[in-house]
Design a protein around this ligand. Structure first.
Ligand code: SF4
Ligand code: SF4
Length: 500
């Protein structure tokens, strides 16, 4: 994980400015013509309100659907830099080869179940494990397995890989068919077989997330459409290009898991997405148990615990999981994928990725087979205008710095940011001036200023008292520090110290 300074970000493209221009009446005459229409609309709105009120009165147990987000603590305002928001996604031509990592999720790595020389087809399972905390891995191209090798992950761990030379045919695996899902157990099994992991970046196996222990009283599905990291628009394009899948996936999950309500949280800088999804909910008469909630434009609205607080006013206890606060949180693209998978049976073999940063010639969203090499994606985007100084997998606040352009993309990868010199100017840290800004910015109510001192003293008891394990490495503290202290690095060290 790597956090960078983003204070120099300029050239802000706020989606609000593009898509939310108010309509203006031209003249008094036009205004007169518009009057009856307006009156009709007001009457319809009144009737609709009355209908909903009487429905609510008839069903006092109807779930509460918030109209406004609840207050959250901390966070920072970052420049959105959503340069690719209005550009439709483009499919990458089938690459000549892919290198598929056997560790694309939190949990146990998969073991390859194919060998060198085997012919494979798209969607064929090529890696799996008996561990419950795992998601199987499938071939993303058809062709021949050319190597079973190893690769060094950006975090320094070594993982097995399956390399496939593509035949360019993209022949679909003959075993693929839509799964039969009539109850929650069948849903867990189907989602596991799909290979789905949290597509927002964390990579937690979704089949495990939705199969929570029966002793947790979960009643709410929170769909994460915040996408609050600068640059990234992959989830936004999912909302614009596949809104029906998102609503269908949300409906299916809510019904199959027996939940009372679903809240789709979207940052306010995506008004077109909010409008589309809200109107689909109304059209399908799902508005008694499902809603779209416009979140404030602040980072990190998409962090699981912050999102739960904003959508439900519930706090996840320290050291606990969302199910302990009665919620399941799923990324919005993951939800759309579930609807598609249940229709087609095609597992997770491709991913939409935002390609941006000042070094790349053409910023765009690219749909690429999993395992595509980063340099192939850069070539598809016109190559580099200038040499990249830093390449991030993910956004600039929480993305991981890559050591090589030969690295392949993985399932939970949602962005490739090729940064030029202007974006990577490192600011030299100076002494802490005890201004307290890092404390105000921390969404988890931690005190980074004190934690850094305790790390230097290696005071493990003190670090435990300050609940350092709650840190989600969001980078808000470092971003707001006027002394440019490397606070996230201190927090990582603190977490390692208390674990060791
Ligand atoms: S924001 Fe930086 S300078 Fe201010 S108290 Fe925190 S660490 Fe010190
Ligand atoms: S201490 Fe951790 S959770 Fe708090 S702002 Fe810093 S990185 Fe984020």
């Amino acid at each position: 994980m790597d956090t960078m300074e983003t204070k120099d970000m300029t050239d802000v493209t706020d989606i609000t400015d593009i898509t939310d221009t108010p309509e203006i009446s031209e003249s008094k005459e036009d205004a007169e013509k518009e009057k009856p229409k307006k009156e009709n609309k007001e009457q319809t709105d009144k009737k609709e309100k009355k209908r909903k009120k009487s429905k609510k009165a008839a069903d006092p147990d109807a779930p509460f659907l918030p109209k406004k987000p609840f207050k959250t603590h901390g966070g920072v305002r970052v420049n959105h830099m959503k340069n690719t928001a209005e550009i439709p996604s483009e499919a990458l031509p089938v690459p000549k080869r892919v290198v598929i990592s056997m560790q694309q999720h939190i949990g146990t790595a998969c073991e390859p179940i194919v060998k060198k020389g085997d012919s494979v087809t798209v969607g064929q399972k090529i890696g799996d494990s008996d561990s419950p905390l795992c998601a199987p891995i499938h071939a993303s191209v058809s062709g021949q397995v050319t190597a079973i090798g190893t690769m060094l992950m950006p975090n320094g761990t070594e993982v097995k890989t399956v390399e496939i030379a593509s035949d360019g045919q993209q022949t679909l695996c003959s075993d693929i068919q839509p799964p039969v899902v009539t109850n929650a157990d069948e849903l867990y099994a189907a989602v596991r077989e799909s290979g789905l992991v949290g597509l927002g970046g964390a990579g937690f196996p979704v089949s495990v997330k939705i199969n929570y222990s029966p002793d947790k009283s979960v009643d709410t599905l929170v769909v994460n459409g915040a996408e609050c990291e600068p640059y990234l628009t992959a989830d936004y394009r999912e909302m614009i290009e596949s809104p029906e899948d998102i609503i269908e996936g949300t409906r299916l999950l809510t019904e199959m898991l027996g939940l009372r309500r679903a809240i789709i949280g979207i940052e306010g800088n995506k008004p077109a997405a909010i409008r589309y999804l809200a109107s689909l909910i109304r059209e399908r008469s799902l508005d008694d148990k499902m809603c779209v909630l416009k979140l404030k434009n602040a980072y990190p609205q998409g962090a699981e615990k912050v999102l739960i607080k904003a959508c439900t006013d519930r706090a996840v206890p320290v050291g606990k999981i969302p199910a302990d606060a009665g919620c399941i949180v799923l990324n919005i693209t993951s939800v759309g994928f579930i609807a598609r998978y249940l229709k087609t049976g095609i597992p997770l073999v491709a991913k939409r990725i935002t390609v941006d940063g000042s070094a790349i010639a053409e910023a765009k969203n690219v749909v690429a087979p999993i395992g595509t090499i980063v340099s192939d994606i850069a070539d598809f985007c016109g190559g580099f205008d200038k040499p990249p100084q830093k390449v991030l997998m993910g956004g600039p606040m929480m993305g991981t710095a890559l050591y090589s352009l030969d690295y392949p993309i993985i399932k939970q990868n949602n962005g490739l940011i090729f940064m030029g010199e202007a974006e990577t100017d490192a600011l030299r840290p100076t002494d802490c001036i005890r201004c307290g800004r890092c404390v105000s910015a921390c969404p988890m109510l931690l005190t980074p200023v004190n934690i850094q001192h305790l790390v230097q003293k290696r005071d493990i008891d003190g670090l435990n008292d300050l609940c350092v394990t709650s840190c989600m490495e969001c980078g808000c503290c470092a971003y707001s520090c006027p002394a440019h202290r490397p606070l996230v690095q201190f927090l990582r060290m603190a977490k390692n110290l208390v674990k060791s």
